[in-house]
Design a protein around this ligand. Sequence first.
Ligand SMILES: *Cc1c(COP(=O)(O)O)cnc(C)c1O
Length: 465
Amino acid sequence: MRYISTRGKVGKIGFVDAFLMGLGDDGGLLVPEEIPVVPAAKLKEWETLSYKELMLNIFSYYTNDEIPQDDLKAMAEASYSTFRDPEVTPVRKLSDSLYLLELFHGPTFAFKDIALQFMGQLYAYVAAKRNLQIHILGATSGDTGASAIEGVRGKEGIKICILHPHQKVSKVQELQMTTVQDDNVLNLSVHGNFDDCQGLIKELFADLDFKARNRLCAINSINFVRILAQTVYYFYAYFQVKKQTGAETVDFSVPTGNFGDIFAGYLAKRMGLPVRKLIIATNENNILERFIRGGLYKPGDFKTTYSPSMDIQVASNFERYLYYLFGENPAKVAELMEGFKREGKIEVGSDILSRAQSEFDAYGVDGDECLATIKKYYAQGQGYLLDPHSSCGVAAAERCGGDGVVCISLATAHPAKFDEAIRLCGIEQTFPDAIAKLFDKPQRQKVVNASLEEVARELETFYNA
Ligand SMILES: *Cc1c(COP(=O)(O)O)cnc(C)c1O
């Protein structure tokens, strides 16, 4: 397996080099040269595997034996033994046709832990093997930062800097990032929104001199390994639900911001997992919903919502999908992305749009519907408390499904992370200990402007100290 860029000017490179490169050196995103298709007989064999075994099987298609199987196994073990549920990502029945995939049993209570616990192990492994100093740089709408920091805090050979939008993340998210006292961690709190943070990061990674000089590595979903780690739970959830319901085909509803998590679902589908529809669930920042409805990809006004981890206008991973939507044509992707930079939009014709509509459905959930859905499931049956992101997923599943096909909706965070929204529903929750403890710890962060020069200066000082 080799990796190439969606814009055609990188490659072909191996698994570890793709992991270290993060964003393609030509500004594109790295993708596997060819998506492996898992034969039906093999899928059948995978039905009974544990989460970790399944992960090793899926990764074996992508790692080219660059990492010995025993090492990979040890890393999978270390990554997922930190989870509070032995199944890692258990499914839970909400109704006959709706299942919830709980992805929040990791150390920071959000789905980002699934990929980032593993990537922390992998960075430490590669740093030791290649005798490298690794400097991780990332932007977060809240959960990626907490997860990534948790994954590498105190690790030898690694420093990490995370940019988050100042006072636009939830209190628990902020505390999870800023109460970490290890010296290899720097939090920059940026005056601006997530798109500003992501824009700064993209520019710094695109400056190849700066990137090389500071040995920058990426943990955002621009990194292909993160996507790959997330395909595992699509397979795992499908097998669990098949066992419980006999369903041969399912839909997935995915609360989406950067199109990363749902792209992992798309990859699983292309690998042969019997998925009918992938439902893009957004909040009021609904650029992806508008694209699926009308073929125009154009950022609207930024809105602050109850689901801040999805408050994103420019979805970086959308470029990966464009690459496949246009038949793996890098010249076309480069042209579209240049057009996007120039004119701020991408528009596709009706044939391409029909293809996108045959693969995805989409629904943007507004604030009232988000809270109403939380209240409804809390009051119903034995009572289930959804977090506001998972609530968007469930609301979209209800809206787009209902025709007999079982839908698996992704629960991307624990409600304790977003108590602001839960309180607005008139619900009082008890925090898990690990979260309650955060409120007594001192915070460390530096507030900066959304200025490239200012951020670059902070980084050079931190990485070279
Ligand atoms: C990051 C995040 C999302 C969105 O995931 P993407 O990969 O950006 O689409 C949804 N819900 C929660 C809780 C998140 O942290």
